[in-house]
Design a protein around this ligand. Structure first.
Ligand code: FAD
Ligand code: UDP
Length: 378
């Protein structure tokens, strides 16, 4: 073995695939019983509809290197993500665009009129100086739209005072003064034509890659555990950063999600892939309806059944799957201390969402893994 990769998500698999192609013998371990990390999907046994087990995953990128790389393993459909949100029993389109603004204010503003209105409503904070999520959101869209569409959804998603959340969380959402209601701004977008798992399996399918599932790096009963491997072989570690150092600096805070999946005897539940629920009285943040991600599979999917998944967010304990880094000021200070520890680990390379405590989209995880391979490991 020339390289041990801990974690078979997109970060770990990308490094493993590159190393294998370069002639290195790579072992990939994962504590789960399947590869692919959180992008893993499977077909629901009753309906055959592809369900993303760890939450809906939409692929999008503007990075030509990443786009060329991922196309080696899968074709993409021409799916374009659009989201709607239910506020006070009325459905609006998200992200906030001219359609949302005019519907909310029961108006017919032109782009210039809408800009003037929002500028007037957003005056209390300056976009460039906004120090946290609340200030940034109000600076971008004004208080009425913030209170309708962002405040309570964010409270459900993070249970953290929006004044203590980084402004970057909300910067992920565009605000548009036209009727373009696409969720993403990226050059390329689509879903893997034959599913995430087929894509992931093709990345791992290499004679130089040996995948071992159900193996936890911290389980001393396993041959490939931390104590037995560090210093013996180069390691790419994509598990949680704080866990690696036995929580020596404290626990980084994460949000986890609970998913409630249901098969309904209906052709169509909500008419669209994702419906957000903006209000505090609905306990879930959104409902996914998976058949709508693949309209091109209409002839294969049942016409009398559909699969929906309600998503609930809460703080993660050590036993839960960590999904979203909360990133408060305390977390950021702790992260700096862990980064110092990481520098001292010889030939252990920390990567991915968990290993760097960063919210990374798939294209970012893949791009960062390609860079790590190229700049640090190759
Ligand atoms: P992961 O996929 O989390 O993989 C890490 C792997 O390490 C896991 O398989 C885990 O089991 C394993 N591991 C951890 N600890 C150990 C251990 N001790 N021993 C062995 N193995 C271990 N991105 C998008 O681009 N579009 C989206 O729409 C999107 N939606 C998302 C929705 C949700 C709810 C979440 C949580 C993420 C979403 N993402 C999305 C992000 C996407 O999931 C990540 O970019 C991608 O999974 C990153 O891959 P990774 O390899 O860094 O981490
Ligand atoms: N958000 C919101 N209302 C919405 C959608 C998003 O307030 O209807 C906020 C919320 O704080 C969320 C952030 O915008 O965490 C980023 O949203 P995104 O849809 O990118 O989150 P993800 O899909 O990663 O959960």
């Amino acid at each position: 073995m020339d390289l041990l990769v801990v974690g078979s998500g997109f970060f770990g698999l990308t490094v493993a695939e590159r190393a294998a192609e370069a002639g290195r013998r790579v072992t990939v371990i994962d504590r789960r019983e399947h590869i692919g990390g959180n992008a893993y999907s499977e077909n629901d046994p009753e309906t055959g509809i592809e369900v993303h087990r760890y939450g809906a995953h939409l692929f999008h990128t503007s990075n030509p290197t990443v786009w060329e790389y991922v196309n080696r393993f899968t074709d993409f459909t021409d799916y374009q993500h659009r989201v709607y949100t239910n506020h006070a029993g009325v459905v609006y389109s998200m992200p906030i665009n001219l359609g949302t603004i005019n519907q909310f204010f029961r108006a017919s503003h032109s782009p210039a009129e809408a800009r003037a209105l929002i500028r007037e409503l957003a005056g209390e904070f300056d976009v460039k100086e906004a120090a946290n999520l609340e200030e940034k959101a109000i600076a971008l869209i004004g208080r009425p739209l913030y209170e309708a569409f962002i405040r309570d959804y964010t409270a459900k998603q993070w249970q953290t005072d929006p004044k203590n959340l980084p402004a970057s969380v909300i910067s992920r959402l565009p605000v548009r003064y036209n009727y373009d209601n696409r969720y993403f701004n990226d050059t390329w977008e689509g879903l893997p034509r034959d599913g995430y798992t087929a894509w992931i399996e093709r990345m791992a399918d290499h004679p130089n890659i040996d995948v071992k599932l159900g193996v936890d790096f911290f389980d001393s009963a396993q041959a490939l555990n931390k104590g037995a491997s560090v210093g013996q072989v180069p390691i790419v570690y994509t598990g949680p950063l704080d866990r690696y150092f036995d929580f020596a600096e404290g626990e980084l805070s994460w949000r986890t999600l609970d998913f409630e999946t249901e098969v309904l005897q209906l052709a169509d539940f909500q008419g669209t892939p994702v419906m957000n629920y903006a209000d505090a009285d609905i306990p879930y943040t959104r409902i996914h309806e998976f058949k709508h991600f693949h309209p091109e599979r209409a002839d294969r999917y049942p016409t009398d059944k559909t699969v929906i998944m309600r998503e609930y967010s809460r703080f993660a304990s050590r036993q839960d799957e960590p999904y979203y880094p909360v990133n408060t000021a305390d977390d950021r200070a702790m992260l700096l201390a862990y980064r110092e520890h990481a520098k001292g680990e010889r030939d252990v390379h920390f990567g991915g969402r968990l290993g760097t405590y960063q919210y990374l989209d798939m294209h970012m995880a893949i791009g960062a893994a390609l860079s790590m391979w190229h700049n640090e490991i190759a």
